[in-house]
Design a protein around this ligand. Structure first.
Ligand code: NAP
Length: 439
């Protein structure tokens, strides 16, 4: 057993960093036994050194560059976010031969190539389990447990804030605005919720998952993205009537053409999820990821996708792995991008649609609507029609909900554009995709 201590620098002492430092200190004996050498904290990088936070002041520094460069630091744990200054600090660490553990999804989704190359050149580890779905182990199962299988699809709820909002809308009938205000008051949504509600956070995670699952470099820019801001209480009513819930999904898929050519799709959007689908009952701030692999079949990972302690659990797993590799002289799996599959555009993706529209109450409306679907070769699976009344209780048209069979996204969006032009259609209230049903 090696006696030489492994030196660790933690950058960031916020929600996650505080828990990581606590575990390093409180579990020192267990960690030493698991690693084969003691893990010693050399310093903690913060912005405000003077702020009292229960860590000896001598341990804190705002000179990140100097901390990362210390000779007695073997592993750098980056928990500062956002992209900068984290990227610069990680690059400096890797270039100086230090292994890196990070929870920074935005950075990993944007700069994987640069960071992976630097790790490769220095022959050190770059681990980022905590960047996707907090405590839930999903990166390691994909890179290691399923390394001999062929992953076909990864679909998940990977953003707790939006899942909290959508769950509240489903449970209480609240509007999007009220559910968001409630989430903000309870601390589930940030002061600026854009990254969550517009799907940017989920898109970063989708890029990371797709890259690993399909051995292809996928960045956040390659991910098709729609947020949840247009989902309405009426959509939830219709979803319930159709036996569905509505979830913000991150979907990564291997598409194989008739001629056997493969492409990768990565996309984030709110979708109707049938209640018997495993993701339909993932509620509140919880996350879940369903992986479908050729030999393994369907696997589901479920748990806390955020929070200081749960995220620290994933960070610590990476830290122990990186430390063990230092002690034993090996390295963990490096970036695998050999497949270099092309990215499919959203228009080529086969999907099902739910279209909710207001129409005039007159003969021939249904057949005019159905004709547009047929003209674009989109087959209708289900139609529901409900009469509407105005404030005086007088009939004023009807609401039609159409659920389609599978067609390409392009054909479906052209159909919706054509419907909007019809004289009998007063308004297209909403258009959502439908997950989990391949009919
Ligand atoms: P946080 O609470 O905002 O803490 C950030 C920490 O980084 C603070 O201690 C801050 O110092 C320090 N910091 C920020 N900019 C710095 C700079 N320029 N120089 C030196 N120190 C700097 O963040 P967090 O919630 O712990 O998240 C950390 C990382 O984990 C982020 O990448 C985040 O995306 C990721 N992550 C978080 C969660 C979660 O649930 N929180 C889940 C998954 C992943 P001061 O304390 O002096 O301000």
């Amino acid at each position: 057993m090696s006696e030489k201590a492994i030196g660790v620098a933690v950058l960031g002492l916020g929600n996650v960093g505080t828990e990581v430092v606590r575990i390093i200190e409180e579990s020192a004996a267990d960690l030493e036994a698991r690693i084969g050498a003691p893990l010693e904290l050399r310093g903690v990088g913060v912005r405000r050194v003077a702020k009292d936070r229960g860590v000896p002041v001598g341990m804190l520094t705002d000179d990140i560059e100097a901390l990362v460069s210390r000779d007695d630091v073997d592993i750098v744990v980056e928990l500062m976010g956002p992209v900068e200054p984290a990227r610069k600090a990680i690059m400096a660490a890797l270039e100086q031969g230090k292994s890196v553990v990070t929870a920074n999804k935005a950075l990993m989704a944007q700069s994987t190539g640069e960071l992976a190359q630097a790790a490769e050149k220095a022959r050190v580890d770059l681990y980022f389990e905590a960047a996707v779905a907090g405590a839930i182990p999903v990166i390691r199962p994909l890179t290691q447990s399923l390394a001999g299988d062929t992953v076909l699809r990864v679909a998940g709820i990977v953003n707790g804030t939006t899942n909290y909002i959508l769950s509240a809308m489903n449970d209480t009938g609240a509007s999007y605005e009220d559910a968001l205000a409630d989430a903000s008051a309870l601390g589930y949504a940030e002061a600026d919720p854009t990254a969550d509600v517009e799907g940017y956070d989920a898109a970063a995670k989708a890029a990371i998952l797709a890259s690993i699952a399909f051995h292809t470099r996928v960045t956040a820019d390659d991910v098709y993205r729609e947020g949840i801001t247009k989902v309405s209480a009426a959509d939830f009513e219709s979803a319930k009537a159709l036996g569905c819930n509505i979830k913000l999904l991150a979907i990564c898929e291997r598409l194989t053409s008739g001629k056997g050519k493969q492409r990768v799709s990565a996309r984030v959007y709110p979708a109707l999820v049938p209640l018997d689908h495993p993701l339909a009952s993932v509620n509140g701030a919880f996350n879940a990821v369903v992986v479908e692999a050729e030999a393994a079949g369907r696997l589901m990972f479920y748990g806390q996708g955020a929070g200081g302690a749960p995220t620290a659990s994933a960070v610590m797993g990476d830290l122990v792995m990186a430390a063990r590799n230092r002690v034993q002289g090996g390295r963990g799996p490096r970036e695998s991008k050999y497949a270099k599959l092309p990215i499919a555009s959203i228009g080529a993706i086969p999907t099902r649609y739910y279209v909710n529209m207001n129409v005039k109450d007159q003969p021939g409306v249904l057949s005019a609507v159905a004709a547009e679907f047929s003209r674009h070769e989109v087959s209708i699976a289900e139609v529901r029609q409900q009469g509407m009344t105005d404030n005086e209780g007088e009939p004023c048209g009807a609401q039609i909900v159409v659920v389609t069979h599978q067609a390409t996204d392009a054909a479906l969006s052209e159909t919706v554009e054509a419907l909007a032009e019809l004289d009998v259609v007063q308004n297209i209230n909403s258009v959502l995709r439908m997950e989990g049903a391949t009919a």
